[in-house]
Ligand binder design. Structure first.
Ligand SMILES: C[S@@+](CC[C@H](N)C(=O)[O-])C[C@H]1O[C@@H](n2cnc3c(N)ncnc32)[C@H](O)[C@@H]1O
Length: 329
């Protein structure tokens, strides 16, 4: 139904001195009417614009819905895609990264510790499926409840691979592995964790302590180019050395202003609105979702080398993974 806009009344007001009292009141009233009409027209136009906007949005939504499967079919498709058979077929077709043999050879039949596991990256349908070759794997998470893992329990509860005995779940800071003795593990796995730590050299120092002589570290870090950090500058090694020297704690918010200004929220749907993202960053000592530091491949390699590890192999895996296999010096 189309509604015609109210008519605008144009009134030319004569200059006041020439008007008598009656014509002045008349002119004043007409002026008022003109103003009211103009106001009504503006309101109408705004309403009309809003209505058209809604119509366009409705049309876009309808076009989007037309492209989607109907609800029940969508649910069925989701169920099929998540089924065991489809996962098995996918696994059969998926090839691990070239050079997988080197990673496999350094980990097969050994016992280790993961920081912030489990990781899809190491699972059977991930790019580096090393879980299946391990003899045992324990895990460390900073809190009994996190935004990634939900609720977890300490003890032998860490399930990382079907049909393998669960490993020990430690609930402690990755920078303070107090329940673990020196030289306990053959290897450490850490996928997309170290960037969440305010003092990465402190963490690497502690990981070295619990590694046996010649133990290996398999580290995966996000390459800034492929992530929401792409606008931020790569963190210089000197900065992380300073953090280590100043004994910066995990409640540090030094990078907060830079993160709030440069984090690309369009590439981070899970972070929600700018307000929600800001709140999550302010609560970082509880949530740990913030990327304190930003890496590219040379920066990651310098850090590992400075921390006292000899690099064995490195790979860049699309879309944004830097993978470094290194041995404790
Ligand atoms: C982005 S998630 C990565 C999860 C998984 N590794 C993966 O690749 O999908 C970061 C992980 O690091 C853990 N984490 C972050 N800071 C930690 C800290 N200071 N100590 C122990 N775990 C930490 C979190 O609990 C979470 O499991």
């Amino acid at each position: 139904m189309s509604v015609s806009p109210p008519k605008l009344v144009h009134v030319r007001r004569k200059s006041l001195p020439l008007l008598n009292k009656t014509s002045y009141v008349k002119s004043f009233m007409m002026d008022r009417r003109a103003k009211v009409a103009a106001g009504a027209r503006k309101l109408f136009e705004t309403e009309e614009r809003r209505r058209r906007g809604v119509l366009i949005r409705d049309k876009q939504q309808a076009a989007h819905n037309r492209k989607r499967l109907p609800g029940p079919l969508r649910a069925m498709a989701r169920k099929v895609l998540r089924s065991r058979t489809v996962k098995r077929v996918r696994r059969w077709f998926l090839q691990p990264v070239p050079g997988f043999e080197t990673y496999r050879a350094h980990l097969a039949g050994k016992r280790g510790l993961e920081i912030g596991g489990p990781s899809g990256f190491f699972a059977d349908d991930g790019p580096l499926p090393v879980y299946r070759v391990l003899a045992g794997l324990d895990n460390c998470i900073f809190s009994p409840e996190t935004i990634w893992e939900g609720e977890i329990k300490a003890g032998r509860t860490f399930e990382y691979q079907p049909k393998k005995e669960p490993g020990i779940q430690f609930i402690c800071e990755a920078t303070e592995l107090k329940p673990i003795q020196n030289s306990t593990y053959d290897y450490i796995l850490a996928s997309h964790c170290l960037e969440h730590m305010a003092n990465p050299l402190h963490a690497l120092d502690e990981w070295k302590r619990v590694l046996k002589q010649d133990g290996v570290l398999l580290l995966v870090l996000p390459h800034k180019e492929g992530t929401f950090d792409w606008r931020r500058a790569t963190t210089p090694l000197a900065h992380m050395i300073e953090d280590y020297r100043d004994e910066v704690g995990e409640d540090d918010l030094t990078h907060l202003p830079e993160i709030l200004a440069l984090h690309d929220l369009a590439k981070d749907k899970a972070a929600g609105s700018p307000g929600q993202f800001r709140q999550r960053c302010l609560e970082n000592s509880l949530k740990r979702a913030m990327h304190h530091h930003v890496f590219d491949t040379p920066a990651a390699l310098h850090l590992v080398d400075y921390a006292g590890f000899d690099v064995i192999r490195t790979d860049r895996i699309k879309p944004y993974h830097i993978v470094i296999l290194s041995r404790r010096r």
